[in-house]
Write a protein that binds this ligand. Structure first.
Ligand code: HEM
Length: 136
């Protein structure tokens, strides 16, 4: 399976299935709220700026397009080049796993369409794993 920031989960348009922009926004807000609140994501939180507003906007814009909806991120910033944009941050297995755990918790808590859960989770994992830039 090819892994890139162009990758879309296979099958029906996930953006439509999960409920469009309101659902993506709810997911992103919960994801960053949890990152702020949960001690388990402290390491992940520490990599981010003190204010998360910019991170919230960017992840929301990116995920809309990545899920098959409007390309808000590309319209503003061009090609995502996600791996390159993550190179300033040290990302190993621990960081990847915290990102995934935080996203899975946000997916559960926002009640994202369960028929999509497994496919979405696999796609998030592939993208998160591809972001690793150091061993361990
Ligand atoms: C693997 C673990 C990951 C870590 C530790 C991580 C960490 C970060 C950090 C610290 C930033 C900078 C935040 C800011 O400038 O406000 C960032 C930006 C971003 N991340 Fe991640 N991230 C990870 C995985 C992912 C994944 C899987 C996705 C997409 C599915 C993603 C999408 C983004 C986007 C779109 C941005 C904004 C890029 C920009 O325009 O500057 N990240 N990430």
């Amino acid at each position: 399976m090819s892994v890139s920031d162009d990758e879309l989960p296979a099958g029906p348009n996930p953006f439509e299935v999960i409920g469009g922009e309101p659902a993506v926004l709810a997911l992103v807000q919960r994801f960053y709220d949890l990152m702020d609140l949960e001690p388990a994501y402290k390491g992940l939180r520490a990599l981010h700026p003190s204010h998360l507003e910019g991170s919230r906007d960017k992840l929301f814009w990116f995920l809309c397009g990545w899920l098959g909806g409007p390309q808000h991120y590309v319209e503003r910033f061009g090609h995502p080049r996600l791996r390159a944009r993550h190179l300033p941050f040290t990302i190993g297995i621990a960081e990847r796993d915290q990102w995934m755990a935080c996203m899975k918790q946000a997916m559960n808590e926002t009640g994202l369409d369960s028929t999509l859960d497994e496919r979405l989770e696999a796609s998030f994992f592939n993208t998160a794993d591809w972001m690793r830039n150091r061993g361990g």
